[in-house]
Design a protein around this ligand. Structure first.
Ligand SMILES: Cc1ncc(COP(=O)(O)O)c(C=O)c1O
Length: 413
């Protein structure tokens, strides 16, 4: 089906039939365990020789079906589905990092990712080296023989910076270091990670994929482009089967089952459905976000609007080069102070005050006092978190109602 286009490819990426009842969508396999006719059959399944499912913490038909659909969406070699975006980030680094290794990254990261690198991984002897992702010389100087990955976010949240991934990829690949990117903010229908030089994508499927905040989930999308034989943790493994990298093999044979970070079958079923409507939702939401960002960029009560699609954005050129169409459904508004942000948020009637992105409903949040509330002022400075900024996620409501809502809330200031 590779000659068909995005939405067709996802809808056609069906489970292996026949179903005894001819069900059009895969029924949800909720059970924990699977039965075998005899001892040799269960032993062969445990040895991974038959591809059969044994226990749902290890693999499950509903989850495998979702992974197959994500493969169709992303064009990746292999996909591992997990319980959340953070589980996908944590499992990736538990699979590739050893004590003494470092990760090179921009400090402009989603709050829990920043905290995972600085607080959770550090006691295991893994260092994070923060660099300015716009400075290729700094990246080159920071990467050394113990760098297990360069990590970036596709559009940083909430700063809305777009790193030049093809250029970064050239620098790090020259040193045999993989480029791992959190691509949550622009989905596969509008961004081709492999073409941009990304080796592994990490996605919080809680966002666009879940189909309206139905569930939390995450995926590790392995494009099979990095040779992991130089990685200390993965090098000693036996050569994996053809068509699966050492990273994915390690995740499946050890990390996910030991940490228990697996996606549930119900979530997989909901998110498989979400994937089928991803492109239409994304195109509508991002067109509305672009329209609103343009309207309010020049509003007299607004100090600034952050959106990479704006002509005034320093990231417009790279955004146009990387993304098809408008660059996503998130934008930010900078006001005069934290108090003004609160007054603006409390005056909104259509936007809901909630911490998520890309729900069917439009959402608003003050990142500094919520997602980053445990950060010290120094950590906020390092992570680039400002007190006078609100983040908006644009949903599926009529764009004119959203425009009127923001306009009225600004007037109320
Ligand atoms: C860019 C980005 N990455 C990762 C995450 C974490 O995803 P999850 O909440 O599914 O663990 C988020 C959550 O907001 C996010 O915005």
């Amino acid at each position: 089906m590779s000659d068909t286009r995005f939405s067709t490819r996802i809808i056609d990426a069906e489970y292996s039939k026949p179903d005894p009842h001819g069900a059009l969508s895969l029924p949800v396999y909720r059970g924990a365990a699977f039965e075998f006719a005899n001892s040799e059959a269960i032993a062969a399944a445990f040895r991974g020789e038959t591809g059969q499912h044994t226990y749902s913490r290890i693999s499950n038909p509903s989850v495998a079906n979702f992974e197959q659909k994500v493969r169709a969406a992303s064009g990746a070699e292999s996909v591992v589905a997990l319980s959340s975006g953070m589980a996908a980030i944590a499992d990736t680094f538990f699979a590739i990092a050893s004590a003494g290794d470092n990760i090179v990254a921009s400090p402009h990261l989603f709050g829990n990712t920043f905290s995972f690198f600085k607080s959770t991984l550090a006691p295991f002897g893994v260092e994070v080296r923060f660099v300015d992702a716009a400075d290729l010389g700094q990246i080159d100087a920071a990467v050394d023989g113990r760098t297990c990955a360069f990590f970036a976010e596709l559009i940083t949240n909430p700063h809305l910076e777009v790193p030049d991934l093809p250029a970064i990829s050239k620098v790090v690949r020259a040193k045999n270091v993989p480029l791992i990117v959190d691509t949550t903010i622009v989905p596969w229908c509008a961004f081709d990670a492999r073409k941009a030089g990304v080796d592994v994508e990490i996605v919080s499927t809680t966002k666009y994929v879940s189909g309206g905040a139905t569930s939390t989930g995450g995926v590790i999308v392995d494009h099979g482009t990095h040779d992991w034989s130089g990685n200390r943790r993965l090098a000693p493994m036996p050569e994996p089967a053809k068509g699966i990298s050492r990273l994915t093999a390690r995740l499946r044979s050890e990390i996910v089952r030991n940490l228990g970070t697996v996606m549930t079958p119900d979530t997989a079923a909901m998110q498989s459905l979400g994937l089928e409507t991803l492109q239409v939702r994304y195109e509508r939401m991002s067109a509305s976000a672009a329209s609103l960002a343009r309207t309010f960029d020049s509003h007299p009560r607004v100090a600034g609007v952050g959106y990479p699609g704006l002509d005034t954005s320093p990231y417009k050129a790279i955004s146009d080069a990387l993304f098809a169409g408008d660059p996503g459904a998130m934008f930010t508004i900078t006001l005069g102070s934290k108090a003004e942000c609160y007054r603006f948020m409390d005056a909104l009637r259509v936007f809901r005050r909630a911490t998520n992105l890309f729900d069917n409903r439009s959402l608003v949040i003050h990142p500094s006092s919520t997602i980053y509330c445990t950060f010290t002022p120094e950590m906020k400075r390092e992570a680039g978190i400002e007190d006078n900024l609100v983040r908006l996620s644009v949903g599926l409501e009529d764009v004119e109602d959203l425009r009127a809502d923001i306009e009225a809330a600004l007037e109320a200031l």
